[in-house]
Design a protein around this ligand. Structure first.
Ligand code: 26V
Length: 821
């Protein structure tokens, strides 16, 4: 008899044996004493065993063959749980479920036992994860390089309505998905000084004598593609002390000094900075950035030299994408490596660098544009700063030729900001060192050219382009919404999973009564599920038939969660004064984390929960209005909430949200959008049709004009009685047990400053919400709009985004992976 290999076999019996084997030999447990986590780990190892062959073959093929590789350099990868995603991509979900069930275990419970790696803040990190999925699914050779934070984004608890941050100990029970590769460790310099020297051939060089040296150890995680053999690698770096370094101190008896170094070195990759869209000029953050960038470039060079005699053709083999400016120091670091270490002549090195990098901008908010005080930069990275000065000197010479006698241009374009305290402007370094610069939605890419990078655009218009973001339909439809996915597949086959444009075929079912009924049932099923979850998590009973109105995203004033609350209070007041008001019942659901140091964002959370406390406990209101704040919004919770939404809130001030990607996830799952003409909303509306999208608010040019004219929010307060009523009610202390102070900062900010124009958009928003309520009453038509939304979302697959990058920026081709046995 032939017995299948325990590590690779897919028969039910083999899988069952493999789980027990891993439980025994890796976890060291009998089933009788195993915890849920032990079983989860045993299953995870069983699945990892089944992808290793593909993974190693992919690495080998990519190293051996002369193929161009994409390196996605990102300080954040918010990948979410791996287990179920891998089951789906490997096409073994059903078999594994059967094996697990026959072993007396519950697959759902095991999947839920996985602690998600929260190695990102929000949009930018999650985008990196969707792109990794698409790169593998499209068989594009790729490595995602980043940081293995020991503590990811904090866990959020809500205590007395306020956010409380808890350390995210995601590694505490083990991570079965990573493999450490200490043999590929590298070292990174920090501090110290530089000195000139002349070599044996009378050549002038500069030597960096570091103050301390840190070791970077790579940890690899497999990224499977959907039903292909390609399994790419996400390689995250962990910092450690260099033994050779503290050894000396140890020998002279300075034990504590040696241990100190160890602690300092290991601090670099300890924790993810939890601010998004707000820089903090902390040295540790710069250390993180340089650390992972230097490790990654050294790694690429090592791999390159395995098959190439030198680095002359580096740019033909590697396309390196800078995910925002966090890794922008790579431009200077690659120059340093080429010039100082590999002894390239400057011009030749620069030619390689310029052809290697491309830069994606993810935000226009001035407070998020990275700049480092020269002092901090020069002390930490003295040699890198010298390289930056030289890049800048040569660049400004070019500028002088193009714009003679224009000192204004010199100061606006220079990498060094000299308007006050001197800073290194990371976006400038990224632009100068990149062959392409892109924004993440049509509108945003235009604004990049018109505003923050305008002078670079005048200099190099051909460098600028757009790549509209996308999200992976594997995680955000197939995995998170199996019901809806099966319904779709039953009508149009499963080709849409790989080619999302095929969803177009659903259009003809929009008029089909039976199909609409099934569509509603699929939605109702997940809504019930979410209602149960809400009951369990926050102890509030919601009506599963009510309109689920959802806003989940980071808490930020520009995203205007508080505008949503103004609408809730408006509705509440209307219901109180008119008990017979004919509006469909609504459940407002919020989720999102506030940066720990962001005062207003934290107060907005308290505001939401406080309004909820009043509304939810008002006997006159019953279940016609509920306000829920679900703590700890993350990828796992996203998978639960997007499918259950009827209405998606995308209500940022026009011109502020670069793209948004949650907007896409909602719409793909049949939610209708209420939104402004901002970010990718513009393109979503274009695709789904304006009649299937609830539009409100000022446009970007209107926002700019209004601000130019001198915006006076109080005018709206005085001229819109409803708005006045709402703000007065808040100011009276009605939602704060009579304390007028608690929300004074919010009210005053709106009345006297209102930088995000809530009051200017209030009326339009309320009117639009009334249309939503009216529309929801006609369930047949609502279902039709919902079906059409899904049918027309093809453009927003991250597969399309990655295709765009491959064709227009990276110039890379797919490579299919042959399986050897
Ligand atoms: C800035 C900083 C500053 C230093 C501390 C850590 C940190 C982390 C992130 C950021 C900037 C985040 C920018 C960002 O997430 N932008 C979002 O990118 C999404 C993907 O392109 C896009 O959909 C969102 O609209 C945009 O806000």
């Amino acid at each position: 008899i032939k017995i299948e290999d325990d590590r690779t076999g897919l028969e039910i019996q083999t899988l069952r044996r493999a789980i027990l084997d891993n439980l025994f030999y890796i976890q060291g447990k009998f089933p009788e004493i195993a915890t849920k986590n032990d079983f989860y780990l045993a299953l995870a190892y069983t699945i990892r065993d089944r992808l290793l062959q593909r993974w190693l073959n992919t690495m080998q093929t990519e190293i051996k063959n002369d193929v161009k590789k994409v390196c996605y350099l990102s300080a954040e990868f918010l990948v979410g749980p791996h287990l179920e995603n891998n089951l789906i991509n490997l096409g073994i979900a059903e078999k594994v479920k059967q094996a697990v069930t026959e072993s007396g275990l519950n697959i759902k419970e095991l999947i839920e036992a996985e602690e998600e790696p929260g190695l990102g803040n929000g949009g930018l990190g999650r985008l990196a994860a969707c792109y990794m999925d698409s790169l593998s699914s499209l068989e594009v050779p790729a490595i995602g390089y980043g940081i293995r934070y020991e503590f990811g984004i904090f866990d959020q608890e809500i205590k007395d309505g306020w956010q409380v941050e808890i350390t995210d100990k995601w590694l505490q029970y083990g991570n079965p998905w990573e493999i450490a590769r200490p043999e590929a460790s590298v070292t990174v310099n920090f501090g110290g000084y530089t000195e000139p020297y002349t070599d044996g051939h009378n050549q002038f060089h500069v030597r960096w004598v570091p103050g301390y040296v840190v070791k970077g150890i790579p940890y690899d995680t497999p990224i499977t593609g959907y039903k292909v053999n390609t399994v790419n690698t996400m390689r995250l770096w962990r910092s450690e002390a260099c033994e050779s370094f503290d050894f000396q101190r140890f020998n002279v008896g300075d034990y504590y000094g040696a241990v100190d170094d160890k602690v300092n070195s290991e601090n670099i990759t300890k924790v993810l900075y939890p601010n998004d869209e707000q820089i903090e000029g902390k040295e540790l953050r710069l250390r993180q950035q340089y650390f992972f960038v230097s490790c990654s470039l050294q790694d690429m060079i090592r791999i390159h030299l395995l098959n190439n005699p030198n680095l002359d053709n580096f740019h033909e083999q590697w396309a390196v994408q800078l995910n925002d400016t966090h890794p922008a120091v790579a431009v200077a670091e690659l120059m340093r490596l080429l010039v100082d270490i590999y002894e390239y002549e400057w011009g030749k090195a620069w030619n390689i660098v310029e052809k290697t990098f491309a830069y994606t901008n993810h935000t226009l908010l001035p407070e998020a544009l990275e700049k480092w005080p020269i002092e901090i930069f020069g002390n930490l990275l003295p040699r890198v700063l010298e390289v930056i000065y030289e890049i800048n000197r040569r660049f400004l010479d070019q500028v002088r030729i193009k714009f003679p006698n224009d000192d204004g241009k010199i100061s606006t374009l220079s990498i060094i900001d000299e308007s006050g305290e001197r800073y290194v402007r990371m976006a400038h370094l990224a632009c100068i060192g990149s062959h392409h610069i892109n924004g993440v939605a049509e509108l945003h890419s235009q604004l990049v050219k018109d505003t923050i990078l305008h002078d670079f655009y005048l200099l190099w218009p051909q460098k600028f382009t757009n790549v509209t973001n996308g999200v992976t339909p594997r995680r955000w439809m197939v995995q998170s919404n199996p019901r809806l996915s099966k319904l779709i597949t039953s009508k149009i086959g499963d080709g849409w999973i790989k080619n999302l444009q095929e969803l177009k075929q659903l259009e003809r079912y929009a008029e089909d009564q039976t199909f609409r009924q099934q569509w509603r049932e699929a939605k109702q099923f997940v809504k019930q599920d979410l209602a149960n979850y809400i009951q369990e998590k926050v102890g509030i009973t919601v009506n599963p038939e009510s309109l689920f109105d959802v806003q989940v995203k980071r808490i930020h004033e520009y995203k205007r969660q508080h505008l949503n609350v103004l609408h809730i209070i408006t509705l509440y007041k209307q219901m109180k004064s008119n008990p017979n008001l004919d509006v469909p019942p609504r459940t407002f659901i919020f989720g999102g984390k506030a940066a720990p140091g962001y005062f207003m964002a934290k107060r907005i959370i308290k505001f939401i929960t406080a309004v909820g406390d009043v509304v939810n406990n008002d006997g006159d209101i019953g279940d016609r209005l509920k306000v829920i704040f679900l703590p700890d919004y993350n990828v796992t919770f996203g998978q639960r909430v997007y499918p259950a939404a009827d209405l998606s809130e995308q209500i940022s001030t026009a011109g502020k949200e670069a793209s948004g990607t949650g907007n896409m996830k909602f719409s793909m799952n049949g939610a209708l959008t209420i939104g402004t003409l901002d970010g990718a909303n513009v393109e979503i509306r274009q695709e789904v049709g304006e009649e299937n999208f609830f539009l409100f608010g000022l446009t970007t040019p209107e926002v700019l004009t209004l601000k130019d004219q001198g915006y006076v929010p109080r005018r709206y307060y005085h001229s819109i009685p409803e708005l006045k009523g709402v703000l007065d009610l808040i100011a009276s202390g009605f939602f704060s047990h009579g304390d007028p102070e608690l929300f004074r900062s919010i009210v005053d900010n709106l009345l006297y400053d209102d930088p995000y124009l809530l009051l200017a958009d209030y009326k339009s928003y309320i009117e639009c919400q009334e249309k939503v309520s009216q529309a929801y009453k006609d369930q047949e038509n609502w279902s039709k709009m919902s079906i059409l939304n899904v049918a027309r979302m093809g453009k927003f697959s991250s597969d399309r985004s990655i295709q765009d990058y491959c064709n227009n920026i990276w110039n890379t081709q797919p490579v299919s992976i042959e399986l050897k046995d």
